[in-house]
Design a protein around this ligand. Sequence first.
Ligand SMILES: [Zn+2]
Length: 348
Amino acid sequence: MKVYLGTASGTTKVKTAGVRLDGSFLISKRPPLTVNLEEGTARMVETWIQGMEGFLEEHGLKWGDVLGVGLAISGPFTRYGVLAEAANLPESFTDWEFLEDYQRALAAVAFRRIEVVAGNDGHLDGLAEAQRFRGPKPASVLLLSPEMGLATAFIDRSGMLLDGDNLAGMEAAHMPAPLQRLGLPIFHCGCGRDWGCVEPYTTLSGLPQYLDHLLPQYKQHEFYRSALSRPAQAKMLRSRAQQGDALALRIFKMQAQALGYHVASLAMALDPQIVVIGGGVMDPDHTTQYFRDTYMEEVYQQAHVYLFPSQRRTLRLVAATLGSNAPALGAALVARTPTLMRRPERTE
Ligand SMILES: [Zn+2]
C-alpha cells in the first residue's frame, strides 16, 4: 500500500496520520507523542520522524511506501518553510528553516529524497474537515474551531485553501467582534490588537475575562470568593455548564453568540455553503449531545439574522468530525495534492 503521510506539530504534541492513494484516511490508534519546546528544534524534528516511524510500524508499512509528506505547523511564517518570531515559542525557533530540516532528516532515514509540503495547522485542519463534508462536490467550506485560540480556515469551491499573499490570510480570529451587540467590554487578545478581537470572546483564552466581567453579578457563586486562580476556574467552566451552573451556561451562550456573529460577518465576505464548527465545545469525549446541540443552535440563530436570504436557505452548519487528527490528515492531503495549497515557489 502506498501512502502520503502528515505530521501535525503542536506546542506540546505531535500527531501523525496518512492518506491512501484514493484519498481515504488512515489514522493512528496510538496516543500522540509529547514534545517540550525548550529541548530545541533538532529534538522537534526527531519527534516528527519518530511519529512517522511509529505510524509506519503500526500499519505494516515501510519508508518505500511513502510517496510524500505534509507538515502542519502553526505560524507565523517569515516565508514558506521558515518560522517567524512568536510569543509562544522559545527564541531558538525564530527564523527556523523547519521545512529544510525535515526534508534532510527524512532523506537520512528513508535513503532517498521525500518531498515535504508545509502549511498552517489551522488551515490544514479545515482542509481535512472540508474534504469530509464536501467530498468531490464544488462547495466552499468555512471552519471555525475554538480551543485556546480560534483556528479559522476557508476552502473555496475548487478545494483550494485561502491563505493570502503573505501566508497570513484567513487569520479571522483577530478580526473585531461586534461589541455593541454582545454588550461586553474590550477583552485583551494575545495578539496585542486593542480593537476587541473575536478570539477571546469565543475561546478558552477569554474565559477568565468573562469571569472578571460577570462574577460581580453572581455574588452567591462559589467562584466569587474562591481562592482558585481565574485560569483554574476557567478550565472548570465547560463541565460546570453541563451540570447546569447558571453562570457557566450564560458564558457559553455568549460565546456561541459571538461565534454566530462571526459566522455571519465571514459569510458577507466568503459566502460559504458549509460552516464546520470544531474545537473543545464540539468534543464528544468531554461534552454531552445536549450541550453541543444547544451551542450550535445558538450559533445558528445569531448568524441567521444577518445572512442574505439566499444564504439562509443554503448555508449548512455542521459539527467537526475528525477531532485532533484533522491537521495531520490535512497535511497528508496536501502532500497528495499540492495544488490544494498555493505552490511554495510563488510565496518566496
Ligand atoms: Zn487578536
